[in-house]
Design a protein around this ligand. Structure first.
Ligand code: SAM
Length: 198
């Protein structure tokens, strides 16, 4: 249960020297960098590890509910830090319930990217309240995202998104491309301005 993991009482209580020891060691206490990317339900941490070297100046964190999985990600990051000195210092992971504690970790407008990749679909109606993407949580995500910040999401559950397959099959232009044996490419980006417009 939640009582098994500590939760910072506010974003300024997040222990950056614990998560990013090399970047926030005592002789560099003046660093006022903040976490900018959050991988919500990060699982085994593969995305964080790839993003780490792609955005070496950006601090990022994975949030994961399962204790053992979180421990695995911690060990993975430690091992990468040990074998690649100076690298992988900008990623970390925390065991937490993102549905409850996002505002404890991030302040208003702090994040430039949030990732919700293959979130658990929770098919049964009585479990829908466990979905990390739901209408009432969108307010919270909008609060911690900066203006122009981006939410990335992907699913392999087609029935959760009945609109997507229509994009390429229902429009006349899409049908024309298909008849001519062409390819189509989908781009989906959700930003704070999209929320404002909806
Ligand atoms: N994003 C990863 C990937 O694409 O490989 C993992 C996907 S996995 C299907 C969903 C993950 O979300 C699981 O590891 C699960 O423990 C985690 N999760 C589910 N609910 C959560 C919550 N409320 N807070 C944090 N993590 C959660």
């Amino acid at each position: 249960s939640d009582s098994h993991f500590p939760v910072p009482i506010s974003p300024c209580h997040v222990d950056y020297s614990f998560h990013y020891p090399q970047l926030f060691s005592s002789d560099q206490v003046d660093s006022n960098k903040k976490i900018q990317f959050a991988d919500v339900g990060c699982g085994f941490g593969g995305l964080l590890i790839s993003l780490s070297t792609l955005f070496p100046e950006t601090l990022m964190i994975g949030m994961e509910l399962r204790d053992k999985v979180t421990e695995y990600v911690k060990e993975r990051i430690s091992a990468l830090r040990a074998t690649n000195p100076g690298q992988y210092q900008n990623i970390s992971v925390v065991r937490t319930n993102s549905m409850k504690y996002i505002p404890n970790y991030f302040g208003k407008g702090q994040l430039s990217k949030m990732f919700f990749l293959f979130p658990d679909p929770h098919f049964k109606e009585k479990n829908h309240r466990r979905r990390v993407i739901s209408l009432h949580l969108l307010d919270e995500y909008a609060y911690v995202l900066e203006i122009g910040g981006i939410i990335y999401t992907i699913t392999d559950v087609e029935e959760l998104d009945p609109v997507i397959k229509l994009l390429s099959t229902a429009t006349e232009e899409g049908q024309k491309v298909a008849r001519n044996g062409g390819q189509t490419f989908q781009a989906r980006r959700l930003s704070l301005t999209d929320f404002a417009a909806s």
